[in-house]
Design a protein around this ligand. Structure first.
Ligand code: DOR
Ligand code: ZN
Length: 446
């Protein structure tokens, strides 16, 4: 048994207390009036919050086939350094994870290499959208549809009849679809009309909001027709946010994710720094960024995700047309969002703010994707816990990047809030003071 004491962020609010841990689970949560049982070691968080382990439901850890960009050793070290103890991995690997067998093979490759627990999104094979009807939701928590493609997402499901089949099949098996909702056909038209982009100033205009709006409208129509539960990933524009909120208000089972990068950067940054913030969907303007932040403060978003999608420096320094979209972010997500939240509303009560971060990054994704034992500090839950110092101010530099790619779009940022220690199932997996990691024995949640 061991105990962790501090300002616990629980579903009932923030309060000073103690978590007692036994066999990797939370045995009890109590206040500090009772004595610690004799012989039980105590970790004191002091001025730090004790958060439930955070969940990043959107990572690309690149196994199998793309491990020159990222692997589970590096990716999961980045995760625990960012307070993340559970990740959900995306299927656009080589080969793509289109079948239960592919996921079982992937889990075998990860075994003994991951500091974090993990679950999978299965890919929807454009050739076999009907296969979703028989999906085993134990093997895959949800099914990912790329409505538009790009360098690392070659398998696109954009044919209207195939989309209709996929949504109908998913509704039948009760699986949630998660979507990269952009209309690639519109982008092809624009590329053909305008020709090669001359520089990053031209990038957002070639991957504009119209692509996202058209696709989100299509998703809403399919949800209306079939009743399929749909989660739109990495929403980038004000209009898409309004559309999904309106559909939700009308009672449709559609939700959305926001990423750290769409909250942290604008198209002016892409113009300045280039490939580092070249993303799909593209990062848009200040008005969009403000609208997305409103969806954070108002908790209209269901989840936050990093879309951790590293590429090598060599890949990112190709021409504008050839440089792949994506950035690392699992390590940066919680601190970047916390930093943004404190800067945008410095007068807000910190306990209220941290409660929101935990709902968006722990209990929210646990509930949406059905991850029992995750996302809450409550008796019986897995003892995934993070000591998070909310007022620590520090500068993020390339030397601190844990991702295999070795760079970050957040280099040079002055961060507010720092992860001091991370525990997964009661075992310490990260200590910022020593730089030590724990055992890479994270489990597949199935
Ligand atoms: O920017 C992106 N990169 N968006 C995606 O949808 C996929 C990702 C990747 O895999 O590189
Ligand atoms: Zn992604």
């Amino acid at each position: 048994m061991k105990a962790i004491e501090g300002r616990l962020v629980t579903p009932q609010g923030v309060r000073p207390g103690r978590v007692l841990i036994e066999h990797g689970r939370i045995a009890a949560v109590d206040d500090l009036t009772t004595p610690v049982p004799p012989g039980v070691p105590v970790v004191a968080a002091r001025d730090a919050y004790v958060l439930p382990g955070l969940i990043d439901p959107h990572v690309h850890f690149r196994t199998p086939g793309l491990t020159h960009k990222e692997d589970w050793g590096h990716g999961s070290r980045a995760a625990v350094a960012g307070g993340v103890t559970t990740v959900m991995d995306m299927p656009n690997t080589r080969p793509a994870s289109f079948t239960a067998k592919a996921l079982i093979d992937k889990a075998a490759l990860i075994e003994g290499r991951s500091l974090v627990d993990f679950a999978f999104h299965i890919g929807v094979d454009p050739e076999h959208p009907e296969a979703l009807a028989d999906l085993d939701t134990g093997t895959a928590r949800s099914a990912k549809i790329f409505m538009a493609g790009h360098h690392t997402a070659p398998a696109v499901l954009s044919d209207p009849a195939a989309l209709d089949t996929a949504f109908a099949a998913a509704a039948r098996s009760g699986v949630r679809v998660v979507l990269h909702a952009e209309d690639g056909g519109l982008f092809d038209l624009l590329d053909a009309w305008w020709g090669e982009p001359g520089g990053y100033r031209d990038y957002e205009a070639r991957r504009p909001r119209t692509g996202g709006i058209a696709a989100v409208a299509k998703v809403i129509e399919l949800v209306r027709r079939h009743g399929t539960a749909a989660h739109v990933l990495h929403l980038s524009s004000a209009e898409e946010a309004d559309l999904v909120c309106a559909a939700q208000a009308a009672g449709l089972p559609v939700t959305f994710e926001l990423t750290g990068h769409h909250l942290s950067f604008t198209d002016a940054d892409t113009c300045r720094v280039g490939a580092r913030t070249r993303l799909a969907p593209a990062i848009r303007g200040v008005r969009d960024q403000d609208r997305l932040w409103r969806a954070v403060f108002g908790e209209q978003a269901a989840t936050l995700g990093s879309d951790h999608a590293p590429h090598t420096v060599a890949e990112k320094t190709r021409s504008v047309a050839d440089s792949p979209p994506g950035l690392p972010g699992v390590q940066e997500l919680a601190t970047a969002v916390w930093t943004g939240m404190r800067r945008r509303a410095p007068e807000e009560d910190a306990d209220a703010a941290i409660g929101r971060l935990v709902r968006l990054m722990a209990s929210g994704p646990a509930d949406l994707f059905g991850l029992p034992g995750k996302g809450r500090i409550t008796p019986g839950a897995d003892a995934d816990l993070v000591l998070f110092a909310p007022d620590d101010t520090w500068m993020f530099s390339a030397a601190q990047v844990r991702s295999k790619c070795g760079w970050s779009a957040y280099e040079g940022w002055t961060m507010t809030g720092r992860v001091r220690r991370t525990f997964r199932r009661g075992e310490q997996v990260f200590d910022a003071a020593t730089g030590a990691y724990g055992a890479p024995d994270g489990a597949w949640l199935r």
